[in-house]
Design a protein around this ligand. Structure first.
Ligand SMILES: Cc1cc2nc3c(=O)[nH]c(=O)nc-3n(C[C@H](O)[C@H](O)[C@H](O)COP(=O)(O)OP(=O)(O)OC[C@H]3O[C@@H](n4cnc5c(N)ncnc54)[C@H](O)[C@@H]3O)c2cc1C
Length: 442
């Protein structure tokens, strides 16, 4: 089946409605789509959008996803673009066609057949997945936090483990209530702190046979010598001190060699018992990009792009966000896979597409690093902010850091809904918070 658009209209197809893609589709829909100057189609493999940096909070149970997910169909209806459900699996650049796999329901019944979409401009923003580096047992016995489903699955397993421990006759086994997180980057350390808080909250909601300090253990394993290896040492030290206060077990300089049902082996021969392993070490772009009609990719499957975000071999195909390897002049690395980069690139692409439709030249992207913030749940937030004028970095913590951390999500919401709606939503949450449990109880 082929989806036809009025032939004289420039057709922009965006694949992936995540942190970057949904902002782009919304803003293009509100401008070009509403004025009838271009047709905008967004394709995503899921029906609803949740901002990915919230996934560790969903996994820990400190955030209820129902309150933060957005229906793509409704967003498309309100903002003058079309949404199509499905997973891109191929491309024909000569014909300018995107291929989308058939869509099956949970029972394996095909509900949407294979489809083809024609484009004038194609923008790929399919994000990244966790990279398990092919380590034995990692895929089978650990959970990644790439999707809302995975985050919710982890939460259910954690909750079930606590309920089982509460009702069993025998004492808690070694590893039964031990969560091991592989990778002490921002995702790993934030998850460790959230879990410390929510496991105590859950135990307080009637799981009285569990003594969190005695029975629940949270461990972080990291191949580098310090937590947050990609961030400045001062930030690592400050976060490490907090984690030690929370009695999170830190195994630094330990490389995981195997994951089993019962726990983890590291290269020093250590075995850490755990029935709940989260893999949060490294990312790669989805495998299908490696085979996308010859487009250039790097060793982690990212599409290699110029600073215009056009892929190196096809000027009609753009890529951005985590799935793109975008050069960063003056640095030995590409633009980092961060929500703030996806947000900035989406903003630039709004202008790029408008200029392309009008036949004008297009801009180049420069990554603006505003610094990094690490949120240790209700305990503290720390970060380094980059000075706008001096370019130096400034250490921040506490309330100011928390406010800055939250503002990245607010910026995403404002790109999707506008200032007034976000203001009302925030107010409503503040009012209803008192009547809700502090953790998700199922
Ligand atoms: C737990 C966690 C915490 C994080 N915290 C932070 C943070 O504090 N600050 C920060 O800057 N970054 C953070 N990040 C990183 C940030 O989430 C990503 O950099 C950002 O989401 C990338 O945006 P994106 O649009 O490229 O991809 P995503 O937001 O991942 O969106 C990709 C979209 O593509 C869709 N998709 C995938 N494959 C297909 C396909 N074949 N066909 C159709 N659709 C497809 C997916 O369903 C998804 O909707 C965090 C990440 C995680 C996992």
């Amino acid at each position: 089946m082929e989806i036809k658009i009025k032939s004289d209209l420039h057709h922009v197809v965006i694949v992936g409605g995540g942190a970057g893609g949904l902002e782009l589709a919304t803003r293009l829909g509100k401008s070009l789509g509403r004025k009838g100057k271009a047709a905008i189609t967004l394709i995503d493999r899921t029906r609803t959008h949740v901002w990915k940096p919230l996934l560790h909070e969903i996994a820990a149970g400190s955030m209820n996803p129902d309150k933060h997910e957005l229906e793509y169909l409704a967003q498309a209806h309100w903002n003058h673009f079309r949404f199509r459900l499905g997973s891109m699996d191929g491309l024909d650049r000569a014909k300018r066609e995107v291929y989308v796999a058939p869509f099956y329901d949970e029972d394996g019944i095909e509900i949407i057949p294979r489809r083809t979409f024609q484009y004038d401009t194609l923008i790929i923003a399919v994000g990244s997945t966790t990279n398990d580096f092919g380590i034995a047992g990692a895929r089978e016995h650990s959970i990644a936090l790439d999707t809302q489903d995975q985050a919710e699955r982890f939460h259910r397993r954690l909750h079930n483990a606590l309920v089982r421990a509460q009702t069993q006759e025998e004492p808690v086994r070694a590893g039964q209530l031990e969560v091991v997180i592989v990778g002490a980057g921002a995702t790993g350390v934030e998850l460790a702190a959230e879990l410390h808080n929510t496991t105590r909250e859950l135990a307080a909601y009637g799981l009285d046979k569990i003594n969190p300090d005695r029975d629940i253990k949270i461990s972080l394993i990291e191949a580098s010598e310090r937590v947050l290896p990609a961030l400045p040492p001062k930030l690592s030290n400050s976060v490490e001190m907090e984690l030690r206060k929370l009695k999170v077990h830190l195994y630094m300089g330990e490389r995981v060699t195997e994951v089993t049902q019962k726990g983890i082996y590291t290269h020093t021969g250590r075995f850490i018992p755990s029935e709940l392993v989260v893999w949060a070490a490294g990312i790669k772009a989805p495998d299908f990009l490696n085979n996308l009609d010859g487009l250039e990719t790097n060793r982690i499957n990212q599409l290699v792009v110029h600073r215009t975000l056009q892929t190196t071999l096809d000027e009609n195909v753009f890529a951005f966000g985590d799935c793109a390897a975008c050069p960063r002049p003056g640095y030995n690395e590409n633009v980092p896979p961060r929500a703030q980069a996806a947000h900035q690139q989406a903003s630039m692409l709004v202008s790029t597409v408008k200029r392309r439709v009008a036949g004008k030249s297009i801009p180049e992207y420069t990554y603006r690093d505003y610094g990094s913030l690490v949120n240790l749940g209700r305990y503290t937030t720390v970060g380094n902010l980059m000075g706008a004028i001096s370019g130096g970095s400034m250490f921040v913590e506490g309330l100011i850091a928390r406010f800055m951390y939250q503002s990245l999500y607010k910026m995403h919401l404002m790109a999707l809904h506008g200032f007034f709606t976000v203001f009302l939503q925030t107010l409503a949450r503040v009012i209803t918070r008192r009547t809700e449990a502090k953790v998700k109880l199922h």
